[in-house]
Design a protein around this ligand. Structure first.
Ligand code: A3P
Length: 370
């Protein structure tokens, strides 16, 4: 039976068929043109149905419509070509360029701590133990440009496996114009340490405080005898430093006082100009000139004065004064030394003299030692 269709019905069926075909083709292939068509239709729909009447701002993903209250409403994939597309790209680039960069982790910490951050040290007091390393550090700390790390960190000689970040985390927070400094007197005698410090920062400034080598041995003996549970706790000073009639060169305290041996290790990695030698005996008797020399070596402002470092007669040593308080070192600094006979003193001084001469030549500086 032949159906009789009116013209209107035929036209409606044709339109329906075309619509169905377009939908199927569109779903299957999602061609470029069809995508463009869809995009245009959605844009049109958006303008007609939404409350959008603000400017159209391009972004990286497409077009963002801004509502009246200034909030982005919708983003669409961008499929615009030609000059218009170039213009949009240019605007995206400009937007990117004007956007302030995200601050680095370090800067974020600095902002959160009022400009302070933990930094790796630019200067290290590498030794020598019992020569006044603590006094030097604490006296330097009176300078506002010094951020000194209190405890001995022993990073390069004992904690290297913990990594540089761990080391940095031990440092006192500092501002960019401050110098972060730590002291670990064990560094100077550890042969592997110069290379490790060099690897961290070849520009590290090295401070070495030395004292007349025999006095240093006596000081070393006095401290370790007090703490020791080994043979040393029972040994007299003479018994510790003498093997028969000879100086016991295997005694560690004697080895440490052969400064030239240790300094030569450091000079394999650092130029002499990066090392500064402080006179530990003068730091006891008249510290200011020593401190002024360090101030200069570290490139700091001329600040430390006699008002800040004063002689405390009760303590028998120089102490530190700030606007608010005064501070002397603990009583474990400046211990009473045992009696040492003049003969043994001479013997020890004779032993060290040739090493001292080598030391003076190596560092181009002399100390007033017998
Ligand atoms: P003695 O205890 O043998 O007298 P270090 O800090 O390197 O361990 O050195 C300790 C030495 O620092 C002490 O040795 C002490 O003489 C000396 N020193 C220098 N200046 C000092 C000060 N202002 N107060 C106390 N001790 C000081």
């Amino acid at each position: 039976m032949a159906a009789t269709w009116s013209k209107k019905q035929k036209a409606f069926l044709l339109l329906l068929a075309v619509f169905l075909m377009l939908t199927i083709v569109g779903r299957l292939s999602y061609s470029k043109q069809f995508h463009g068509l869809l995009c245009a239709a959605r844009t049109f729909h958006h303008f007609v149905t939404s409350d959008t009447n603000g400017p159209v701002i391009p972004n990286e993903d497409g077009v963002t419509f801004w509502t009246e209250n200034g909030k982005p409403k919708k983003s669409m994939p961008r499929k615009i070509s030609g000059a218009k597309a170039e213009n949009i790209q240019r605007q995206i680039k400009l937007k990117k360029a004007l956007k302030p960069p995200k601050p680095s982790k370090e800067i974020r910490i600095e902002l959160a701590t009022g400009g302070k951050a933990q930094r790796l040290p630019q200067a290290i007091i590498i030794g020598v133990r019992k020569c006044g390393t603590r006094a030097l550090l604490e006296m330097l700390e009176t300078h506002p440009q010094i951020a000194a790390c209190g405890p001995e960190i022993h990073f390069f000689d004992k904690n290297y496996k913990k990594g540089l970040q761990w080391y940095q985390n031990q440092m006192k927070p500092s501002t960019p114009d401050q110098i972060t400094i730590e002291k670990t007197p064990g560094y100077i005698i550890a042969p592997e340490v110069p290379e490790l410090v060099y690897k961290m920062n070849k520009n590290t400034k090295l401070l070495v405080i030395v004292r007349e080598p025999t006095t240093r041995v006596i000081s070393d003996y006095t401290q370790l005898k007090e703490k020791s549970t080994s043979w040393l706790s029972k040994a007299t000073f003479e018994g510790a430093v003498l093997d028969g009639n000879q100086i016991r060169s295997s005694y560690k305290a004697v080895q440490i006082s052969i400064y030239v041996k240790h300094v030569l290790n450091w000079l394999k990695y650092f130029p002499l100009s990066q090392m500064h030698f402080v006179d530990g005996d003068k730091l006891i008797s008249n510290p200011l000139p020593e401190l002024k020399a360090v101030e200069k070596f570290l490139g700091m402002r001329d600040v430390i004065s006699s008002d800040m470092i004063y002689f405390n007669a009760t303590r028998g040593f120089y102490c530190m004064a700030s606007e608010f308080n005064t501070k002397c070192l603990n009583s474990n600094k400046g211990r009473e030394h045992p009696y040492v006979s003049p003969e043994l003193m001479n013997k020890l001084q004779d032993y060290f003299r040739p090493y001292n001469e080598k030391f003076f030549k190596t560092i181009n500086q002399r100390f007033d030692w017998p």
